[in-house]
Design a protein around this ligand. Sequence first.
Ligand code: NAP
Length: 333
Amino acid sequence: MQALVFTGVGQPLRCEQRPDLVPREGHVVVELKAAALNRRDYWITRGLYPGIQTPAVLGSDGAGIVGQVGRGVPSSWCDRHVVLYPGLGWGEHPSAQGPEFRMLGMPDDGTLATVVAVPVGSLFSRPTHLDWQQAAALPVAGLTAWRALFPQARLQPEQRVLITGIGGGVAICGLQFAVAAGAEVWVTSSSARKIQHALSLGARGGVNYQTDGWATQLRDRSGPLDVILDGAGGKGYGQLIELATRGGRIVSYGATAGRPPDVNLHKVFWKQLHLIGSTLGSPDDFAAMLDFVEQHHVRPVVDQVFPLDDANRALHRMAESSQFGKLVLNCNI
Ligand SMILES: NC(=O)c1ccc[n+]([C@@H]2O[C@H](COP(=O)([O-])OP(=O)(O)OC[C@H]3O[C@@H](n4cnc5c(N)ncnc54)[C@H](OP(=O)(O)O)[C@@H]3O)[C@@H](O)[C@H]2O)c1
């Protein structure tokens, strides 16, 4: 097998030939067709992620064909076309992950490789309308957006939603899901081009969060918002509290722009706001997300596809944040 190995902070991923994988009990080996990058992979390579270990094969997103099964796994899994649940060890509770929870791809070897070994419980059928690249683009972004919008924020049809930083992978999936669910979706971005992309995917409108008075401009156009999906935090977070309607829900799944310098708690309690945190999702959430994607024929947006051994170029594109959609790697080299 071939794998892209993370050997140290600031080092390019190194393409290595490794011994073939043999599945242990309860596990399978999947021959990967495609994998996708997440911001997490980039941050690990820059040393900006907790618990860094080397050497490691990064990558949480993958889709492929089951090649071998370990003891205790029915052989009927062989040759099935699957997409992989991107977490490990969620635990028993739907409300939050347990202490064993971790993402696939460091410390466990992940999907930036030609094959990966995962527990049989990580296997889900690939939605039939998706090609390999679209299927690989879905797991982390789709699952995070799904849990944040539906189990967490309880989004209903015709509610008004704001999705911040629409250039992000989770944000684009959130836009597609909210539109498919019949919500009215508004977006923010640093880029007029990305707002145009969002409009073509069904957003009602958008504003540039780097312009002065962006929140006022948005409120004048959209009115109060029922649900806000935010992966940025930072100083814009205080504006979200202003923009939410009374009883509204603000779901945070990331903090790309850092900690909010101030949060007006008086507004939080007076407006009866729900400030909600959300991380990835359980295997049950993953199954529900895939059903939704299949039912509504949602196709994840792929920005660009690279050969696996060109992953360092894909990481470079992620560093520039110029992409709209997922950066995908073809694994069968
Ligand atoms: N909790 C979880 O399970 C989970 C899962 C996945 C990701 N995350 C986290 O969520 C965040 C986004 O990840 P991602 O992979 O979806 O996206 P990403 O590819 O990292 O994109 C980040 C986007 O954030 C936007 N952004 C940057 N600064 C902003 C600001 N000040 N205000 C508003 N938007 C801003 C930009 O949007 P524009 O280009 O439109 O300006 C940028 O394209 C990261 O922090 C990531 O670690 C968490």
